[in-house]
Design a protein around this ligand. Structure first.
Ligand SMILES: CC(=O)N[C@H]1[C@@H](OP(=O)(O)OP(=O)(O)OC[C@H]2O[C@@H](n3ccc(=O)[nH]c3=O)[C@H](O)[C@@H]2O)O[C@H](CO)[C@@H](O)[C@@H]1O[C@H](C)C(=O)N[C@@H](C)C(=O)N[C@H](CCC(=O)O)C(=O)O
Ligand SMILES: Nc1ncnc2c1ncn2[C@@H]1O[C@H](COP(=O)(O)OP(=O)(O)OP(=O)(O)O)[C@@H](O)[C@H]1O
Ligand SMILES: N[C@H](CCC[C@H](N)C(=O)O)C(=O)O
Ligand SMILES: [Mg+2]
Length: 486
């Protein structure tokens, strides 16, 4: 592709050099630049890409897109000055991949919790109804049946366009993606044309990054503010910020709710350990998914499916056949009769929801053990809140490690303990080694008791100082149960 075609719709302030040359690829990381690349300098969280322009040129970049022109410019290089390089990157990535979002219907889901669940269920539903689909999620990326590992909830804009271009090539009509607040704030979704957007909820998370809850709300809202008038925006009005999301959108506005009247109205009629009887817009169906929060997730899926124009009866039939998403409320009963639940709850609200779901559906007087930790290099303010939820609501809490990343696990545990109230001091143990913590839960539990292992869900590793060591909560629970002498 010629550089001038790549620059279509990019708001250019200045060009130094020719735009007639062929370009091979776009890169925003100097370490990955090869001969003939366009290097886009982005000012990041840790460093400023403008500092790596020389390195990019040394590695073969022939074009530099920047917001500040370097003083020591090279004659053979074309410099393009734009106001915001991450937005320019969005336009260029779309051009490079021939605008895939003009050719399929892309739906994005945002919110603190429930993005992976709803995006995955939408993908599964679409496939079930005979519409091959693509999925971009925390767990994985799917292009119809092909599965690609995922590194981010919302990948960078080049990767997103590349995935969607492949989907278009394969004749796929629908794509569902998670839109994280980091993704919105860093313009990782710039230039994408969304056919629709969904909002699940907003509660405490990621304040290490956004600093205030107000900024966090504003980041999520920006996704809706930028939708086009042809798109639909579907929001959860059980959440007090649900309407806020739609305040300034040009898109067609729709609501869903379990607690109040809405365009898509749902009701939980029965809530059991093995599933729920739900009523959506006066039609009843059973699901094997558990918990009111999942009723809300299913309602969002139902709403989006309707807004995409799919057949309502077929939607409900297929919805009732959808299975749990990996690592979300996954259960296993050990030979000793101990029930293990592995769940990805890693925020105070998610923990509260999962624990109250278990409290509401347990039938006898079983004891509930809850094992939870907090990720390192992530929001520190949620740590005491998470510990408070767990120690106040479990019969026995075990505070442990999640992914410590570069932090000392004992320091993370100290931050958590600050949230434990004196009356709960006797209800918790502190075991930094997560495997030991799981083993201890099994030693303590009796037949019929429930062990909730929260925070890591589908993850198959534990990240410590940049190394991902194999670690799978469910696998460890199964192995521990096997060797248990009870
Ligand atoms: C805090 C954060 O979100 N960081 C993301 C961000 O990196 P950054 O701003 O720190 O980048 P930087 O290191 O400052 O570099 C700035 C620029 O200089 C470039 N650079 C840098 C060094 C160099 O030698 N040469 C060079 O060109 C970089 O490629 C970059 O373009 O931009 C990178 C490229 O897109 C992301 O990979 C990176 O994600 C990091 C790895 C990360 O852990 N992100 C997490 C927090 C995240 O994004 N999570 C959300 C999910 C949240 C949720 O659960 O809701 C997600 O969407 O996954
Ligand atoms: N609608 C919801 N409301 C509150 N909690 C939820 C909801 N849906 C799921 N959860 C809880 O949050 C956990 C994470 O769910 P999910 O993976 O769908 O969220 P996510 O938004 O994709 O998270 P991430 O930000 O890590 O990508 C689940 O394991 C469950 O405990
Ligand atoms: N997408 C979330 C995942 C958190 C998962 C939890 N296991 C942790 O490591 O904190 C984040 O990056 O904050
Ligand atoms: Mg997710």
């Amino acid at each position: 592709m010629k550089l001038k075609d790549l620059l279509y719709k990019t708001q250019i302030l200045d060009i130094i050099g020719t735009t007639d040359q062929e370009i091979k690829a776009i890169s925003f990381d100097s370490r990955k630049v090869e001969q003939g690349h366009v290097f886009v300098a982005i000012s990041g969280f840790a460093v400023d890409g403008h500092e790596y322009i020389d390195q990019a040129i040394n590695k073969g970049a022939e074009v530099v897109v920047c917001s500040t022109l370097p003083e020591n410019r090279k004659d053979h290089i074309t410099y393009i000055k734009v106001k915001d390089t991450s937005i320019a990157l969005g336009a260029m990535a779309a051009n490079f991949y021939d605008n895939p979002t003009e050719k399929l219907k892309l739906v994005g889901v945002t919110g603190t919790n429930g993005k992976t669940t709803t995006a995955t269920l939408l993908y599964e539903l679409s496939e079930k109804l005979g519409y091959p689909a693509a999925l971009i999620s925390t767990i994985n990326i799917k292009i119809h049946k092909e599965e690609i590992p995922s590194t981010h909830t919302t990948p960078d804009i080049i990767e997103i366009n590349s995935i969607l271009a492949q989907a278009v090539e394969e004749g796929i009509e629908y794509a569902f993606m998670e839109v994280s607040s980091h993704g919105i704030h860093q313009n990782r979704i710039a230039g994408l044309k969304f056919a629709g957007a969904g909002f699940t909820n907003i509660t405490h998370d990621h304040l290490d990054y956004h600093e205030t809850f107000k900024n966090y709300i504003a980041a999520k809202k920006a996704f809706f503010d930028n939708l086009s008038k042809d798109a639909f925006a579907l929001t959860n009005i059980d959440d007090k910020n649900g309407w806020v999301m739609l305040q300034n959108t040009h898109a067609k506005k729709y609501s869903y709710a379990l607690k109040t009247s809405a365009d898509f109205k749902g009701k939980v009629i029965e809530n059991q350990f093995h599933g729920m009887l739900l009523q959506f817009n006066d039609k009843e169906f059973w699901t094997t998914l558990v918990g009111t929060f999942n009723a809300s997730n299913l309602l969002l899926v139902y709403g989006i499916a309707n807004l995409l124009g799919w057949n309502e009866e077929e939607i409900l039939t297929s919805l009732s056949e959808l299975k749990n998403v990996e690592g979300r409320f996954e259960t296993f009963t050990s030979p000793q009769g101990i029930i293990t639940i592995v769940d990805y709850a890693h925020t105070p609200d998610a923990l509260e929801n999962v624990i109250s779901t278990i409290q509401n559906i347990r039938t006898r007087n079983e004891k509930l053990y809850v094992l939870a930790g907090c990720g390192g290099d992530r929001d520190k303010n949620k740590r005491p809140e998470m510990a408070h939820v767990v120690t106040s609501q479990a019969d026995q809490a075990i505070l442990t490690s999640d992914n410590p990343r570069t932090e000392d696990p004992n320091e993370i545990l100290k931050d958590m303990e600050a949230g434990v109230q004196p009356q709960h001091y006797k209800k918790y143990l502190k075991i930094a080694d997560r495997k030991e913590a799981i083993k201890t839960a099994f030693k303590l539990a009796e037949k019929g008791d429930i062990i909730l292992i929260a925070g890591k869900g589908h993850e198959t590793y534990q990240e410590i100082h940049g190394v991902k060591y194999p670690f799978d909560d469910m696998q460890i629970a199964i192995e521990t149960a096997k060797t248990l002498n009870k």
